[in-house]
Design a protein around this ligand. Structure first.
Ligand code: IPD
Ligand code: CA
Ligand code: CA
Length: 269
Protein backbone atom coordinates (compact mmCIF):
# COMPACT_ATOMS: atom_id res chain seq x y z
CA UNK A 1 0.00 0.00 0.00
CA UNK A 2 1.46 3.42 -0.87
CA UNK A 3 1.34 6.29 1.59
CA UNK A 4 -1.63 7.97 -0.15
CA UNK A 5 -3.71 4.76 0.04
CA UNK A 6 -2.68 4.32 3.67
CA UNK A 7 -3.70 7.88 4.53
CA UNK A 8 -7.12 7.38 2.83
CA UNK A 9 -7.64 4.14 4.73
CA UNK A 10 -6.70 5.90 7.96
CA UNK A 11 -9.24 8.68 7.36
CA UNK A 12 -11.95 6.10 6.59
CA UNK A 13 -11.08 4.03 9.70
CA UNK A 14 -11.41 7.14 11.86
CA UNK A 15 -14.68 8.11 10.13
CA UNK A 16 -16.20 4.65 10.82
CA UNK A 17 -14.98 4.71 14.42
CA UNK A 18 -16.42 8.17 15.12
CA UNK A 19 -19.75 7.20 13.54
CA UNK A 20 -19.89 3.94 15.55
CA UNK A 21 -19.02 5.87 18.72
CA UNK A 22 -21.74 8.42 18.03
CA UNK A 23 -24.34 5.64 17.69
CA UNK A 24 -23.21 4.11 21.01
CA UNK A 25 -23.34 7.48 22.79
CA UNK A 26 -26.85 8.17 21.51
CA UNK A 27 -28.07 4.90 23.01
CA UNK A 28 -25.94 4.75 26.14
CA UNK A 29 -28.93 5.14 28.49
CA UNK A 30 -31.28 2.75 26.65
CA UNK A 31 -32.21 -0.50 28.43
CA UNK A 32 -29.75 -3.30 27.49
CA UNK A 33 -30.19 -6.94 26.62
CA UNK A 34 -27.20 -8.66 28.18
CA UNK A 35 -26.23 -12.17 27.22
CA UNK A 36 -23.30 -14.30 28.31
CA UNK A 37 -20.84 -16.14 26.06
CA UNK A 38 -18.10 -18.52 27.28
CA UNK A 39 -18.88 -18.01 31.01
CA UNK A 40 -21.27 -15.99 33.23
CA UNK A 41 -18.83 -13.05 33.29
CA UNK A 42 -18.21 -12.98 29.53
CA UNK A 43 -20.84 -10.45 28.54
CA UNK A 44 -22.19 -9.36 25.19
CA UNK A 45 -24.94 -6.87 24.36
CA UNK A 46 -26.88 -6.01 21.23
CA UNK A 47 -24.69 -2.90 21.07
CA UNK A 48 -21.52 -5.02 20.61
CA UNK A 49 -23.27 -6.89 17.79
CA UNK A 50 -24.84 -3.84 16.11
CA UNK A 51 -21.54 -1.98 16.21
CA UNK A 52 -19.70 -4.84 14.54
CA UNK A 53 -22.50 -5.09 11.94
CA UNK A 54 -22.00 -1.39 11.24
CA UNK A 55 -18.26 -1.98 10.64
CA UNK A 56 -18.99 -5.00 8.42
CA UNK A 57 -21.39 -2.98 6.24
CA UNK A 58 -19.14 0.09 6.12
CA UNK A 59 -16.02 -1.89 5.19
CA UNK A 60 -17.85 -4.01 2.58
CA UNK A 61 -19.37 -0.91 0.95
CA UNK A 62 -16.18 1.10 0.82
CA UNK A 63 -13.53 -1.64 0.44
CA UNK A 64 -15.18 -4.80 -0.95
CA UNK A 65 -11.80 -6.51 -1.40
CA UNK A 66 -10.83 -6.12 2.28
CA UNK A 67 -11.66 -8.72 4.93
CA UNK A 68 -12.96 -8.28 8.48
CA UNK A 69 -11.77 -10.23 11.52
CA UNK A 70 -14.26 -9.29 14.24
CA UNK A 71 -15.11 -10.59 17.68
CA UNK A 72 -18.85 -10.98 17.24
CA UNK A 73 -18.91 -13.12 14.11
CA UNK A 74 -20.18 -10.67 11.46
CA UNK A 75 -16.85 -10.64 9.65
CA UNK A 76 -15.08 -13.21 7.50
CA UNK A 77 -13.76 -16.64 8.41
CA UNK A 78 -10.15 -15.59 8.94
CA UNK A 79 -7.47 -18.30 8.79
CA UNK A 80 -4.60 -16.09 7.61
CA UNK A 81 -3.76 -12.39 7.33
CA UNK A 82 -3.17 -12.22 3.57
CA UNK A 83 -4.24 -9.00 1.87
CA UNK A 84 -5.90 -6.26 3.88
CA UNK A 85 -7.66 -7.36 7.04
CA UNK A 86 -9.53 -5.09 9.44
CA UNK A 87 -9.27 -6.51 12.97
CA UNK A 88 -12.13 -5.04 14.98
CA UNK A 89 -13.32 -5.16 18.55
CA UNK A 90 -16.62 -3.23 18.41
CA UNK A 91 -16.70 -2.71 22.18
CA UNK A 92 -13.62 -3.58 24.19
CA UNK A 93 -14.49 -3.55 27.87
CA UNK A 94 -18.08 -4.77 27.59
CA UNK A 95 -18.23 -5.32 31.35
CA UNK A 96 -17.36 -1.65 31.89
CA UNK A 97 -19.90 -0.70 29.21
CA UNK A 98 -22.63 -2.63 31.05
CA UNK A 99 -21.71 -1.73 34.63
CA UNK A 100 -20.21 1.74 34.26
CA UNK A 101 -21.35 3.12 30.89
CA UNK A 102 -17.77 4.33 30.41
CA UNK A 103 -14.19 3.03 30.27
CA UNK A 104 -14.78 1.03 27.09
CA UNK A 105 -13.34 1.53 23.63
CA UNK A 106 -13.76 0.74 19.96
CA UNK A 107 -10.59 -0.88 18.61
CA UNK A 108 -9.73 -1.08 14.91
CA UNK A 109 -6.44 -2.34 13.49
CA UNK A 110 -5.81 -2.58 9.75
CA UNK A 111 -3.18 -5.11 8.69
CA UNK A 112 -1.68 -5.75 5.25
CA UNK A 113 -0.14 -9.19 4.76
CA UNK A 114 0.19 -9.48 8.54
CA UNK A 115 1.86 -6.09 9.03
CA UNK A 116 0.01 -3.59 11.22
CA UNK A 117 -0.51 -0.43 9.17
CA UNK A 118 -3.19 1.52 11.06
CA UNK A 119 -4.43 1.49 14.64
CA UNK A 120 -7.41 3.45 15.96
CA UNK A 121 -8.75 3.19 19.52
CA UNK A 122 -11.63 5.39 20.59
CA UNK A 123 -12.42 5.96 24.26
CA UNK A 124 -16.03 6.70 23.40
CA UNK A 125 -17.26 8.36 26.60
CA UNK A 126 -13.89 9.95 27.40
CA UNK A 127 -13.83 11.50 23.94
CA UNK A 128 -10.21 10.55 23.22
CA UNK A 129 -9.19 9.10 19.88
CA UNK A 130 -5.82 7.34 19.92
CA UNK A 131 -4.34 6.52 16.53
CA UNK A 132 -1.22 5.55 14.65
CA UNK A 133 -0.05 4.90 11.13
CA UNK A 134 3.01 2.64 10.85
CA UNK A 135 6.14 4.77 10.70
CA UNK A 136 4.30 8.03 11.37
CA UNK A 137 4.02 8.10 15.17
CA UNK A 138 1.09 7.78 17.57
CA UNK A 139 -1.42 10.44 18.54
CA UNK A 140 -4.09 11.19 21.14
CA UNK A 141 -6.55 13.35 19.22
CA UNK A 142 -4.06 15.69 17.47
CA UNK A 143 -1.26 15.51 20.05
CA UNK A 144 1.75 13.22 19.52
CA UNK A 145 2.25 10.45 22.10
CA UNK A 146 5.72 9.80 23.45
CA UNK A 147 6.58 7.51 26.32
CA UNK A 148 8.99 8.78 29.03
CA UNK A 149 12.69 8.80 28.08
CA UNK A 150 13.72 6.42 30.87
CA UNK A 151 11.93 4.01 33.17
CA UNK A 152 13.19 2.01 36.14
CA UNK A 153 11.39 -1.10 37.35
CA UNK A 154 11.03 0.40 40.87
CA UNK A 155 9.10 3.34 39.39
CA UNK A 156 6.82 1.25 37.21
CA UNK A 157 3.04 1.26 37.26
CA UNK A 158 1.91 -1.99 35.68
CA UNK A 159 -1.60 -2.95 34.58
CA UNK A 160 -2.34 -6.55 35.44
CA UNK A 161 -5.15 -8.78 36.56
CA UNK A 162 -4.92 -9.66 40.25
CA UNK A 163 -6.23 -13.17 39.53
CA UNK A 164 -2.68 -14.05 38.38
CA UNK A 165 -1.72 -13.86 42.08
CA UNK A 166 -3.94 -16.88 42.83
CA UNK A 167 -1.64 -19.94 43.00
CA UNK A 168 -4.10 -22.16 41.06
CA UNK A 169 -4.36 -19.82 38.08
CA UNK A 170 -3.67 -21.86 34.94
CA UNK A 171 -1.40 -19.35 33.21
CA UNK A 172 1.53 -18.02 35.21
CA UNK A 173 3.59 -18.84 38.29
CA UNK A 174 1.93 -16.66 40.95
CA UNK A 175 5.16 -16.35 42.98
CA UNK A 176 6.88 -14.54 40.10
CA UNK A 177 3.92 -12.18 39.78
CA UNK A 178 3.99 -11.54 43.54
CA UNK A 179 7.73 -10.67 43.33
CA UNK A 180 6.98 -8.34 40.44
CA UNK A 181 4.18 -6.61 42.37
CA UNK A 182 6.54 -6.16 45.35
CA UNK A 183 9.25 -4.66 43.14
CA UNK A 184 7.25 -2.14 41.13
CA UNK A 185 5.62 1.06 42.35
CA UNK A 186 1.98 0.02 41.86
CA UNK A 187 -0.58 -1.88 39.81
CA UNK A 188 -3.74 -0.89 37.94
CA UNK A 189 -6.56 -2.82 36.29
CA UNK A 190 -8.78 -0.93 33.87
CA UNK A 191 -10.90 -3.69 32.31
CA UNK A 192 -10.30 -2.76 28.68
CA UNK A 193 -7.24 -4.13 26.92
CA UNK A 194 -7.45 -1.43 24.24
CA UNK A 195 -7.38 1.32 26.86
CA UNK A 196 -4.55 -0.39 28.73
CA UNK A 197 -2.47 -0.38 25.53
CA UNK A 198 -3.08 3.31 24.87
CA UNK A 199 -2.34 4.22 28.49
CA UNK A 200 1.06 2.56 28.00
CA UNK A 201 1.54 4.58 24.80
CA UNK A 202 0.56 7.73 26.66
CA UNK A 203 3.04 6.96 29.46
CA UNK A 204 0.39 7.14 32.20
CA UNK A 205 1.18 3.50 32.98
CA UNK A 206 4.45 1.80 32.05
CA UNK A 207 3.33 -1.68 31.16
CA UNK A 208 0.39 -4.01 30.63
CA UNK A 209 0.77 -7.72 31.36
CA UNK A 210 -2.02 -10.11 30.47
CA UNK A 211 -2.62 -13.78 29.74
CA UNK A 212 -5.59 -14.28 27.46
CA UNK A 213 -6.05 -11.74 24.72
CA UNK A 214 -7.51 -12.31 21.28
CA UNK A 215 -6.28 -10.61 18.08
CA UNK A 216 -9.08 -7.98 18.17
CA UNK A 217 -8.00 -6.97 21.70
CA UNK A 218 -4.44 -6.37 20.49
CA UNK A 219 -4.46 -5.36 16.82
CA UNK A 220 -4.75 -1.58 17.16
CA UNK A 221 -3.03 -1.29 20.54
CA UNK A 222 0.14 -2.99 19.34
CA UNK A 223 0.59 -0.49 16.52
CA UNK A 224 -0.09 2.50 18.78
CA UNK A 225 2.32 1.31 21.51
CA UNK A 226 5.03 0.53 18.94
CA UNK A 227 4.64 3.94 17.31
CA UNK A 228 4.90 5.64 20.73
CA UNK A 229 8.23 3.84 21.26
CA UNK A 230 7.13 0.84 23.36
CA UNK A 231 7.54 -2.88 22.91
CA UNK A 232 4.72 -5.45 22.52
CA UNK A 233 5.40 -9.20 22.69
CA UNK A 234 3.99 -12.29 24.35
CA UNK A 235 4.52 -12.32 28.13
CA UNK A 236 7.61 -14.48 27.58
CA UNK A 237 9.10 -12.13 25.00
CA UNK A 238 8.13 -13.77 21.70
CA UNK A 239 6.49 -12.24 18.66
CA UNK A 240 2.69 -12.10 18.92
CA UNK A 241 0.42 -14.54 17.13
CA UNK A 242 -2.23 -12.35 15.48
CA UNK A 243 -4.62 -15.22 14.73
CA UNK A 244 -5.01 -16.92 18.13
CA UNK A 245 -5.35 -16.33 21.86
CA UNK A 246 -2.10 -15.13 23.43
CA UNK A 247 -0.36 -13.69 26.45
CA UNK A 248 0.88 -10.10 26.08
CA UNK A 249 3.43 -7.77 27.62
CA UNK A 250 3.21 -4.21 26.28
CA UNK A 251 5.64 -1.91 28.01
CA UNK A 252 8.29 0.74 28.09
CA UNK A 253 11.38 -0.61 26.39
CA UNK A 254 13.61 -0.19 29.50
CA UNK A 255 11.65 -2.62 31.68
CA UNK A 256 10.45 -5.17 29.12
CA UNK A 257 13.38 -7.61 29.21
CA UNK A 258 13.62 -7.45 33.00
CA UNK A 259 9.94 -8.36 33.45
CA UNK A 260 10.16 -11.22 30.92
CA UNK A 261 13.39 -12.69 32.28
CA UNK A 262 13.04 -12.15 36.02
CA UNK A 263 9.34 -12.40 36.79
CA UNK A 264 7.30 -14.20 34.10
CA UNK A 265 7.22 -17.99 34.28
CA UNK A 266 4.37 -19.24 32.11
CA UNK A 267 2.75 -22.57 32.93
CA UNK A 268 1.93 -23.26 29.27
CA UNK A 269 3.62 -21.95 26.13
C1 IPD B 1 -11.99 -7.99 27.32
C2 IPD B 1 -11.32 -6.79 27.94
C3 IPD B 1 -10.66 -7.18 29.23
C4 IPD B 1 -9.66 -8.31 29.04
C5 IPD B 1 -10.35 -9.50 28.42
C6 IPD B 1 -11.01 -9.10 27.09
P1 IPD B 1 -14.19 -7.56 25.82
O1 IPD B 1 -12.58 -7.66 26.07
O2 IPD B 1 -10.34 -6.25 27.07
O3 IPD B 1 -9.97 -6.08 29.78
O4 IPD B 1 -9.12 -8.67 30.28
O5 IPD B 1 -9.41 -10.52 28.19
O6 IPD B 1 -11.68 -10.22 26.56
O7 IPD B 1 -14.77 -8.94 25.99
O8 IPD B 1 -14.74 -6.59 26.78
O9 IPD B 1 -14.23 -7.12 24.39
CA1 CA C 1 -11.97 -7.16 23.78
CA1 CA D 1 -15.51 -6.90 22.63
Amino acid sequence: MDSKARRYLFEKAKEFVYEAGQRIKEQIDQPRTIETKSNPNDLVTEMDQNTEKFFAESIRNEFPEHRLFGEEGFGDDIQDLKGIVWIVDPIDGTMNFVHQKRNFAISVGVYEDGVGEIGVIYDVMGGALYSAIRGEGAYKNDLPLRMPEKKRIEETILALNTSWLIPENPHINHAGVAELVKTIRSTRSYGSAALEFVYVAEGIIDGYLTMTLMPWDIAAGKIIVNEAGGLVTTADGRELDMLNKTTVLASHIDIHKEIVENYVQLKTK
